[in-house]
Design a protein around this ligand. Structure first.
Ligand SMILES: *[C@@H]1O[C@H](CO)[C@@H](O)[C@H](O)[C@H]1NC(C)=O
Ligand SMILES: *[C@@H]1O[C@H](CO)[C@@H](O)[C@H](O)[C@H]1NC(C)=O
Length: 403
């Protein structure tokens, strides 16, 4: 019986994936092909380029900082630190980084350098707060990998320390800095009469990214009816859910410019999360929101979307941004305002979201445009959702212990 169920589920899904995957992958392959490959050599960087040090010789640091900085004149990576000395050394050699630090004091040694203006922290989330604080105390601004911290308490500690030291924390929500996301945000704040979508009535954010292991586990529990989990397994799944769930909350709050959110309902299961919220927008607008995240859905293996509906007495409007996560590979922004339909793709010169992010980080350091309050609101909202879902927010220590 269960096996029949499984086959009924799997066969149509394989057909759908092959068909939609084919349609989706071609444009992605073409864009990858066209991504600019022009690198700026170290000796041609601007003399006042922002000098970044990297904590953690990770894969994500390569995508988020090393490769992006290679294409910009105004950013240079001056040092990398990793606990494992050999790893730090190899990383520096492989990516042409002039200095490296290894061993138990690697991170502190990098923070003590005079030729580092700002640091990128791509360590596990549970270590972010400790090292962001250490960096700010050492006089460095911080580009902090997302999610910036684990819970609202940590977010307020981070904000306090930023205020005390006068340093900046900039969250690496790279997709926000892409022209497609900025355009969607602009349309969501622009009145329907001016061709936009505001005032909003409802917003939906969906994030589903198939995690094959999660899918197999779910299939297995369907066949064997065994879904028992050890406490450490449960925590590991929650950390992964959190990593992805965070995108939904961040995109929602950022794109609408909300100043607060009330959680109406929330449900967290092993590989998914769903919630409905009421969002408060200035001056007095309450917007209904639904959000969902799934790691185990073969039917919807790859969706990052934000949609919005607006209404005035004059008429309706709607908007949908497809693939907000990696818009430089492919995206489409569709909107309809007062019966006029539009569709846009904003690739610019093909810059990646990470290149845009480094540029925005540098601009924020110059303009003093701070993000700590936004980080705090996002984490408060995440905490409330997890509490309503019945499992509670993340206790910092427990996660550190298990990571
Ligand atoms: C939001 O949802 C509530 C409950 O479903 C409904 O009563 C209210 O009219 C909705 N608000 C908007 C702006 O659609
Ligand atoms: C929560 O999600 C699980 C799994 O998807 C589902 O079985 C359950 O009915 C949901 N609970 C609520 C209250 O929505």
């Amino acid at each position: 019986m269960r096996l029949v169920l499984l086959m009924q589920y799997v066969c149509p899904v394989i057909v759908v994936i092959v068909a939609s995957g084919g349609a989706f992958l071609w444009p992605v392959a073409l864009r990858l092909w066209r991504l600019s490959q022009t690198l700026v050599p170290l000796d041609s960087k601007d003399s006042d380029a922002l000098r970044i040090g990297i904590l953690g010789a990770s894969f994500i640091a390569r995508a988020a900082v090393v490769s992006a900085a290679d294409k910009r004149k105004d950013i240079v990576v001056s040092a990398v630190a990793a606990r494992d000395t050999q790893r730090a050394k190899n990383y520096a050699a492989q990516y042409d980084i002039p200095a490296f630090h290894g061993g138990p004091h690697a991170y502190s040694s990098l923070l003590a350098r005079d030729d580092v203006d700002a640091v990128y922290i791509g360590l596990p989330t549970a270590l972010h707060l400790e090292w962001a604080i250490a960096a700010m105390r050492a006089g460095k601004d911080v580009l902090l990998e997302k999610p910036a911290v684990l819970n609202a308490n940590e977010a307020s500690e981070l904000a306090q320390e930023a205020k005390r030291t006068g340093r900046m924390v900039f969250e690496a929500g790279h997709y926000r800095y892409h022209p497609a996301a900025k355009r969607a945000k602009q349309l969501m704040s622009l009145n329907i009469l001016d061709g936009g979508v505001a005032p909003l009535r409802s917003v939906e954010v969906r994030f589903s990214m198939l995690d094959p292991k999660a899918w197999l586990r779910r299939m297995w529990s369907l066949v064997s009816s065994d879904d028992s989990m050890r406490p450490d397994e449960r925590l590991a799944e929650r950390v992964k859910n959190f990593d992805r769930w965070w995108y939904c909350v961040d995109m929602l709050l950022w794109s609408t410019g909300a100043f607060d959110a009330h959680v109406v309902s929330a449900n967290e299961s092993r590989f998914s999360l769903a919630a409905t919220l009421e969002l408060y927008l200035y001056p007095s607008l309450v917007v209904n929101v639904s959000m969902s995240m799934a790691r185990d859905s073969l039917l919807d293996p790859f969706t990052w979307s934000v949609s919005a509906l607006g209404q005035t007495s004059d008429g309706q409007a709607s908007l949908k941004l497809h693939n907000f996560g990696f818009p430089f590979l492919w995206h489409r922004l569709d909107w309809k305002s007062l019966d006029v339909a539009h569709s846009e793709q904003l690739y610019g010169f093909g810059e990646t979201t990470f290149e845009h992010q480094l540029g925005s980080f540098r601009e924020a350091l110059q303009s003093g445009d701070r993000q700590e309050d936004a980080i705090l609101l996002t984490m408060r909202t995440v905490d409330r959702i997890l509490e309503v879902a019945g499992h509670g927010a993340f206790p910092s220590k427990e996660v550190v212990h298990h990571q």
